[in-house]
Design a protein around this ligand. Sequence first.
Ligand SMILES: C[S@@+](CC[C@H](N)C(=O)[O-])C[C@H]1O[C@@H](n2cnc3c(N)ncnc32)[C@H](O)[C@@H]1O
Length: 318
Amino acid sequence: MSSTTPTPPQPSVARMYDLYLGGDFATPTDRAAVEAVAKAMPDCFALCRENRSFLRRAVRYMISQGVTQFIDLGSGLPTQNNTHEVAQAAYPGAKVVYVDMDEAVRDLGTKLLAADGSTRIICADVRDPAAVLANPELRGLIDFRKPVGVLLMCVACFFTDAEIGSIMGTIRNALPAGSFIAATHDTFDGKRDEVETVRRVEEVYSQTPIPIYFRGKDSVARIFEELQLVEPGLVMLHEWHVELDDNAPEASNWLYGAVGRWDGGKAAPKRARSASVSSVGRVWKLASGLPRTLVSIAGYYVRSAYAHLKPVGNMKRF
Ligand SMILES: C[S@@+](CC[C@H](N)C(=O)[O-])C[C@H]1O[C@@H](n2cnc3c(N)ncnc32)[C@H](O)[C@@H]1O
């Protein structure tokens, strides 16, 4: 190819994901890629809705544990039901830094969030986590002396096996004790008879700048090494505290998810304390029927009432 031949455009993973969710920022190239995925995997749209529901539940859980600042790694386009909206509905003033390597996220997101001083968007590659965490924009908003909630929703599926351990280790070690990491990941475990589906979806994503990987539970569990998992542990998304969201999502069985607590590297308690999240869920359910100001007040009481609760489960059991 001569140096003057234009490079054919690649589909953008961020815009594809926005299209699955009903957004309208996709280019014809993105649309073609989404159509190819949908042909192979018709429930790709349900998968994305389920993923967003898990994000809402994880953020609400973390707020109930006293977390008021979040780093959303591989955030995607901030167009619908975003992390800062979910967080600030429960805790007004909650801070959120969105990080994505796709420039479209920064360009569009900066316009969408410009008026809100408690959110920032930075364009960076999570595969260089030290640089992301040292970013002055991020450090200007996130106070690393206080617990941080880190989200990686459908993002580690874009890391290679060789990258997962070191990326997660760097992130974990930068966080103060009491921080949480929530993550979801594509899996074929619930779809053992759909090998061809997985192959075709991986093939479509191989045309994007970042190939996708479906993984089994043991490989996904590496994301949460050294963390104490909140009950019920690493499970299919529909098995993780659906009571923390208003609408129980459809079960796609394509995604694992978990929330893990970082204790700063101290020995993890062996014994799980059940009921903790279920109780938060009941209070949340109650509060979500109230007007916004009352929800904020309810949020305060949820945080106060459950501040003492520890997450449960020890990652090492996987
Ligand atoms: C499937 S979308 C998920 C978006 C969002 N986390 C959610 O679950 O709603 C994956 C996003 O992660 C971003 N991404 C993937 N690998 C990344 C990396 N190494 N660094 C930064 N962003 C990344 C993509 O650009 C895309 O926006």
